[in-house]
Design a protein. Sequence first.
Length: 324
Amino acid sequence: MSHSYMVVAEVRAGALRQVTLEALHTVSLIKEEGDLTAAILIGSQITPLASELAEYVEGEVHVVDHPDLENYNAEAYFQALTPILNKINPHTVVFGHTAIGRDLAPMVAAHLDAGQISDITAIQDTGSSASFTRPIYAGKAFEQKQFIEGPRVISIRPNNIPAAGKVTSPAAIVETEYSPAADLRTVIKDVIRKTSGKVDLTEAKFVVSGGRGVKSADGFKPLEELADVLGGAVGASRGACDAGYCDYALQIGQTGKVVTPEIYIACGISGAIQHLAGMSQSRVIIAINKDPEAPIFKVADYGIVGDLFEVVPLLTKEFRNVLV
Ligand SMILES: Cc1cc2nc3c(=O)[nH]c(=O)nc-3n(C[C@H](O)[C@H](O)[C@H](O)COP(=O)(O)OP(=O)(O)OC[C@H]3O[C@@H](n4cnc5c(N)ncnc54)[C@H](O)[C@@H]3O)c2cc1C
């Protein structure tokens, strides 16, 4: 018997998020011959993106396009999703382990009476025997989990699973009506953006992070320059956020964002366990710290003992020479 696999797509700043393509690749890893794939796109004025998404999906793209869905609202998005869930009756639903995925996945799991495995970083085997690796104890250990039976809801950590490529026959686009319910318990009145959002921190391939060692808001400027040259994003430790050097939107760690870039450059960050929880899975970690005993060097692939205000501009200059 064939099963239906569903990916809940995400849009950011008018573009499909990379994690959506990673979720589609996840489906291709775990589905079996004859299984169906549907991607769901919810938002406002997103119909043009549906054709773009369709190029990565063999199956169907369901679009719910309504002005009231411009900003994410758990209740409204769940209401938009419910008729499609009921129609498709998916065996497996895949989300990005993002702010939206973390919020919506448990609601969908409850609706489907499904099991849920979150924050997946790797997949073994296919179909019903697939098992999923996820970090536990703030990244100190990994567990491998498997579903005993469906339905299944999973969320994948951005930047860990390769992105899907384009398919030979793009998906059919199916539009679904949305009528805003009069009894929504919450509505979004306004969204105040706190970061420039040039590159999404959780999906960035390069992250340059500052800690209390940057000493001031101005101290972040050399880090921003390095991130710009690399085409990456700036992050921070909670120490830097608490000191008021930057916004909490940049915080990486146990109580902040989790990032897994190709290169993470920690500048003036001591390497507290709560910070490591948010970045220790990065492919390559470079630490710059003037204290040779700083714990960050224990997880770093490359360590530079020195003053970040001397080292970071030198790195920027060298990368600029090579890349720009
Ligand atoms: C419940 C809980 C949750 C937490 N969640 C998080 C979290 O999500 N994320 C997080 O980051 N922290 C979190 N913390 C805080 C964490 O424990 C640390 O206090 C914090 O990470 C320290 O930040 P820091 O490394 O920037 O500062 P510090 O520990 O003060 O380190 C500053 C570093 O900068 C170096 N330095 C100073 N000047 C220079 C210079 N000129 N050049 C080079 N190096 C220099 C110093 O040698 C030092 O190693 C949490 C704590 C608790 C209790």
